[in-house]
Ligand binder design. Structure first.
Ligand code: ZN
Ligand code: ZN
Length: 219
């Protein structure tokens, strides 16, 4: 078992087969000494603006939907406001992965400050958590049908934190589809609102391989 898998199992062991929620993630962050601050990418109140300015994190906030900051006095997870529960779960699971894998010991902030390996670890941690939550939900199809677009949106923001892309194959999601595609698929070409994620993340989020492009172009 890798250290990432061990951290994920330890986190999940407290839930005894019930799905975990946003507040469970918040509690886990608090146990590590982090508080959650929500921000807007458009305009913020005075307090948040002052905080972002003094920590020189304005660019982070403008580009990312979530990131974590740590210095000797402050430990904060920043997250964009007005996101769905599922989007918050995806983002906070990823940031919790950075924290529990001790990435903040080496750089003050996640996102542009993280290495490729650290992003892969945080993604792996989040993937294990998301798979666990999906297994806990017996009526997965109905649920995912209803929030499919929200999940696609969440994946858009998630990949903003994955920089550069992790090693596994990149696949494409379309706004309304339930499948993931190759770059040259007829359903992807010419569409400018597609989302790229790794194949593993697409699978973990409930997408299936498109039969058209995966059957036709495998040689
Ligand atoms: Zn990250
Ligand atoms: Zn396809």
């Amino acid at each position: 078992m890798t250290p990432v898998q061990r951290e994920a199992r330890t986190f999940l062991s407290q839930f005894h087969r019930r799905p975990f929620t946003v507040s469970d993630l918040e509690k886990a962050l608090q146990e590590q000494g982090f508080s959650l601050v929500e921000y807007s990418r458009i305009s913020n109140g005075k307090e948040v603006t002052t905080l972002l300015t003094s920590l020189r994190l304005f660019d982070y906030a403008a580009r990312q939907s979530a990131f974590t900051y740590q210095d000797p006095h402050l430990r904060i997870v920043f997250m964009q406001e007005n996101l769905s529960q599922q989007e918050q779960i995806i983002l906070l699971s990823h940031e919790l992965g950075h924290i529990l894998c001790r990435h903040l010991d080496r750089s003050p902030a996640t996102g542009p400050g993280s290495s490729v390996l650290q992003e892969q670890e945080a993604n792996e941690f989040a993937s294990i958590l998301l798979r666990y939550n999906r297994r806990c939900r017996p009526r997965r199809i109905a649920l995912w049908g209803g929030i499919g677009i929200a999940v696609a949106a969440a994946l858009v923001v998630l990949i903003l934190c994955i920089f550069p892309a992790s090693s596994s194959q990149t696949v494409y999601l379309t706004e309304s589809g339930r499948c993931y595609h190759r770059q040259d698929c007829q359903y992807v070409i010419g569409k400018d609102n597609t989302v790229t994620v790794t194949e593993q993340q697409a699978k973990d989020s409930g997408y299936d391989a498109c039969t058209w492009c995966f059957d036709h172009s495998s040689s």
